[in-house]
Design a protein around this ligand. Structure first.
Ligand code: ADP
Ligand code: G6P
Length: 470
């Protein structure tokens, strides 16, 4: 169980997420250090926490290790432990081999395993207890994402005085898919412990309300569900990026110089860029396939165009991620082997993660940003690219299956399953005149700048604080 006890400082504003913003990494010689955790949730929540001075409860990424609360980068962090077995069953298992594929259109087959479910319940209970201990009287507790869907109900049982918000960062599936889940009722009841359940898109909120009606026979009115003598509100809050941070980054002379250097290093070729966690939802194989075929067809020549694919290692012990890595690395080898020339590989594949400044330089250097998920709750990479391009140049190719497509209407939108359509769109984006690039970029920037991550947090918390009693 959770060992916090008397050392805990109580907080009026508490965020609970599976991950803390930093990972504990221990080198072979035993020295430990911190590294930024991967993914969109951390990118979005970190700036919110820095400005609101709350407490962040989460896992620090190292199995079995028990750590004391600490402060980092202006945030108060409370680590929650996970044993090696829980990492395997709760994190790699139920979270990332069951829920992740189920919620992303079953792109990979979900695993349904009872031991994984039991671990999910156990670890959710631990997070709920940690939150109950840290939250001040009447505090706001904001629970994040699919790993912690049981926490709202568990926390309400422990602390009926606190106000509970939940936000799902990934898609919420339609009834027909959710129905597969053997523990479907428990998950829904878990979420209904919250006062406000937030989703990326209105469609996801509707899926949720429809499920509450069909599965639990709950009464509802529009997006309000009546449950347990309370009103649970389901609403959409599209998440966004820290525009302020990104603008500051690209204003730095060394970042702009680095962008120039990248262009020179790549022989002044046209740069197509992909930046993702190495995840099967991201459509990396589809975009590389389309790009490779453009050489086959003679539309692109080695030396004239390159694809830079940065892929952060992710969930490396989950089987589907191992399969994906093998597939992508074979594909890159095949395409380079077939179409590259001495000194001119056509794909630069980097299986690593970069710091924010290097990422910003890459965004600035890219002519065509290629974001082609098969399903994605939002996709912050697309918004980061737009936020960085204050020069009004560059084009964005964006999948219709990313949540961001609802806002970035001026992107070159594609269906990533349609390889011919994808090829055509890559060429159209590549050949867009500067005037056309600027026109589209201006419109997308307006949206992202006006709806940044701060506004997202503000909108969610304002809704959460509104009284909604029966
Ligand atoms: P997800 O949350 O599924 O990983 P998002 O696109 O919403 O997808 O968020 C990814 C976040 O991780 C972004 O903030 C992006 O800048 C960051 N990121 C992705 N790939 C890399 C990388 N190779 N190096 C550093 N940061 C990365
Ligand atoms: C997505 C999920 C987050 C998760 C992140 C990184 O953004 O929505 O909840 O933290 O991916 O994945 P990881 O498994 O490394 O935490």
């Amino acid at each position: 169980s959770w060992e916090g006890g008397t050392r805990v400082t109580r907080s009026e504003f508490v965020v609970v997420a599976n991950r803390l913003p930093v990972d504990r990494v221990v080198a072979e010689d035993g020295t430990a250090s911190w590294r930024r955790s991967p993914g969109g949730l951390v990118s979005a929540i970190a700036p919110v926490m820095r400005s609101r001075k709350g407490t962040w409860i989460g896992w620090h990424g190292a199995p079995d290790e028990v750590l004391e609360p600490f402060d980092e980068d202006g945030m108060h962090l409370v680590p929650v432990k996970q044993t090696a077995e829980e990492v395997e069953l709760y994190y790699e298992g139920f979270s990332n081999a069951t829920l992740w594929p189920l919620y992303h259109d079953v792109i990979a087959p979900p695993v349904y395993d009872r031991a994984m479910w039991d671990a999910y319940v156990r670890v959710n209970q631990r997070f709920a207890e940690a939150a109950a201990e840290v939250a001040a009287d009447g505090a706001i507790v904001w629970i994040q994402d699919y790993q912690l869907q049981l926490v709202p109900k568990m926390l309400r049982e422990l602390r009926p005085d606190v106000r509970i918000g939940f936000f799902l960062h990934i898609p919420f599936p339609p009834l027909e898919l959710f129905w597969q889940l053997p523990w479907r009722r428990r998950i829904l009841e878990g979420l209904l412990g919250a006062d406000l359940v937030g989703f990326q898109l209105p469609g996801a909120a509707s899926n949720f309300v429809r499920l509450c009606r069909r599965l639990l026979d709950a009464r509802y009115l529009k997006q309000d569900v009546f449950w347990d003598d309370r009103i649970v509100r389901a609403r959409a809050f599209p998440i966004s990026v820290d525009v302020h941070e990104l603008r500051k980054l690209v204003a730095r002379p060394e970042v702009r110089e680095r962008a120039e250097e990248i262009r020179t290093d790549l022989g002044d070729a046209t740069i197509f860029l992909g930046v993702d966690r190495l995840d099967y939802t991201k459509g990396i194989a589809q975009r590389l396939q389309a790009f490779g075929e453009l050489f086959e067809d003679g539309n692109l020549k080695p030396g004239q165009a390159v694809f830079v694919q940065i892929a952060t290692p992710s969930r490396e012990r989950v089987e589907q991620y191992q399969l994906l890595r093998e597939q992508i690395e074979q594909q890159v080898g095949r395409i380079n082997g077939t179409h590259g020339e001495l000194g001119f590989p056509v794909i630069h594949y980097l299986h690593t993660s970069y710091d924010r400044a290097e990422l910003a330089a890459l965004y600035l250097a890219a002519d065509v940003m290629v974001v082609t998920p098969l399903r994605d709750g939002m996709n912050l990479v697309a918004k980061e690219y737009v936020a960085c391009r204050d020069d009004m140049r560059g084009t964005l190719v964006l999948s219709e299956f990313a949540g961001a497509a609802a806002e970035l209407k001026r992107a070159y939108q594609v269906n990533p399953y349609d390889i011919d359509g994808l090829k055509e769109t890559l060429l159209t984006a590549l050949n867009a005149e500067p005037m056309e690039q600027a026109r589209r970029m201006r419109s997308m920037r307006k949206r992202v700048i006006e709806h940044d991550v701060d506004r997202w947090a503000h909108d969610f918390l304002a809704e959460l604080e509104q009284p909604h009693n029966l």
